[in-house]
Unconditional design. Structure first.
Length: 412
């Protein structure tokens, strides 16, 4: 088995920082869409359910695009994929103010911008770094890159809300579109970072792409990851799309929802870094079970608490710690199970399941609001799905982390 030439520490950090900055910009565009739901509804009169469906299509397309772009990145490198995605994302956002039908929103927010964001998202960025870093550094790198996406949410949520209030949602949307073009120069910093074709970490790396995908889809552990990630997508899409509506139902100003989304991003920076670090010491399936179980408890406490601004801020901080902390251990487990040769594709497929859940979270949230006048049933569904996700991760086969095994051997 051959091994790849290790990167210098400086080159490794440049790669990780570039990937983190790209994710910051693409996730900022994605995770602030809920702030536009009410303004778009006021402007077009389409109704919450219709706009929610368009945004739900975007949730699905963001996931569906990632295994496709991941396969292209695995073959040709990530830079071209990220440049194409940046252009698509900017065009989709900039065109949104000029459409006034549900079909138009599906095309701009649901297809163009969502697929463009997918081309510069987790599977491509984490896959590109994992192919060049040693196994013991990959969980940390995944956590650091993931924290970049959370930082984007923290910075852009209050900024976008401030622009909406000061200059209107059209100016805010076009400004966001212009910002996403910064992914293009950042993509050039990732040129030449694709691992050599002969490099491998496991025997699975020697498979062709088709053979590897077929083998993965027959693997029970891989399917368990898909099931858990479905729940993660359901939670996140529901909250990103409908948290502003929940805040409004409680009679609180729009600024509360923007601050809450920012707090989710801020605390997920810590959650992502902690998940990445713990993934080097403990079995990642236990981390996933704990994260999902914790979410069920947090949501249950929120439902029992008085609905004040402080409650939303505490809820956002607690939930934020687990928000996308599922990404580093999920990506790490895919790498453990199948190696890194096709990690962008295989992790991209798990993100497709994530976004199938996201589609239902965004869409059903809108239907629940229209039919019941609130989101109570969605919160109950969140709790049940979180408990199911905690349980489904337990049967995953995973070896003891190398650092833990080495420490145990030293004590013996």
């Amino acid at each position: 088995m051959t091994t790849q030439t290790p990167m210098s520490p400086r080159a490794a950090w440049l790669l990780i920082l570039s990937a983190s900055a790209i994710l910051m910009l693409t996730m900022a565009a994605r995770l602030t869409t809920g702030l536009f739901l009410s303004p778009i509804n006021t402007s077009t009169g389409l109704g919450v359910a219709s706009i929610s469906l368009a945004m739900a299509v975007g949730q699905f397309m963001w996931g569906a695009s990632q295994p496709i772009f991941g396969a292209v990145a695995d073959k040709y490198g990530p830079a071209r994929v990220i440049v194409l995605g940046g252009v698509m994302l900017a065009i989709g956002l900039a065109a949104t103010p000029f459409v006034s039908s549900q079909f138009g929103l599906m095309l701009t927010l649901g297809v163009l911008s969502a697929a463009g964001a997918g081309a510069g998202s987790f599977s491509i960025l984490i896959g590109a770094t994992a192919q060049r870093l040693p196994a013991e550094r990959r969980p940390f790198a995944a956590g650091f890159i993931n924290a970049g996406g959370s930082f984007g949410q923290f910075v852009f949520s209050p900024l976008v809300q401030a622009i909406i209030q000061a200059s209107g949602w059209v100016v805010a949307m076009v400004s966001l579109a212009a910002t996403t073009l910064l992914t293009i120069p950042l993509a050039f910093l990732m040129r030449g970072q694709k691992a050599p074709a002969h490099a491998s970490t496991t025997a699975a790396d020697e498979f062709t792409l088709g053979r590897q995908v077929r083998a993965a889809m027959r693997d029970k552990s891989y399917l368990c990851l898909h099931a858990g990630f479905f729940t993660c997508g359901f939670h996140i899409a529901f909250l990103v799309t409908h948290l502003p509506g929940e805040v409004g139902l409680c009679g609180l100003p729009a600024g509360v929802s923007a601050t809450a989304l920012a707090l989710i991003g801020l605390f997920n920076i810590a959650g992502s870094l902690v998940a990445g670090a713990l993934g080097q010491r403990y079995r990642m399936k236990w981390l996933l079970a704990a994260i999902y179980g914790g979410r069920a408890l947090i949501i249950a406490i929120y439902l029992l608490a008085p609905k004040t601004a402080l409650t939303f801020y505490i809820f956002a901080a607690a939930l934020g710690f687990s928000w996308l902390a599922t990404v580093p251990p999920t990506a790490g487990l895919v790498g453990k199970l199948f190696g890194t040769r096709y990690l962008s594709t295989l992790f991209g497929l798990t993100l497709l399941s994530h976004q199938v859940g996201g589609f239902f979270g965004a869409w059903l949230g809108g239907l629940a609001f229209v039919h019941f006048g609130d989101y109570s049933w969605m919160w109950y569904a969140d709790i049940l799905l979180a408990l199911a996700a905690a349980l489904v991760n337990l049967p995953i086969r995973e070896a003891v982390p190398h650092s833990t095994a080495a420490a145990a051997a030293a004590k013996a």
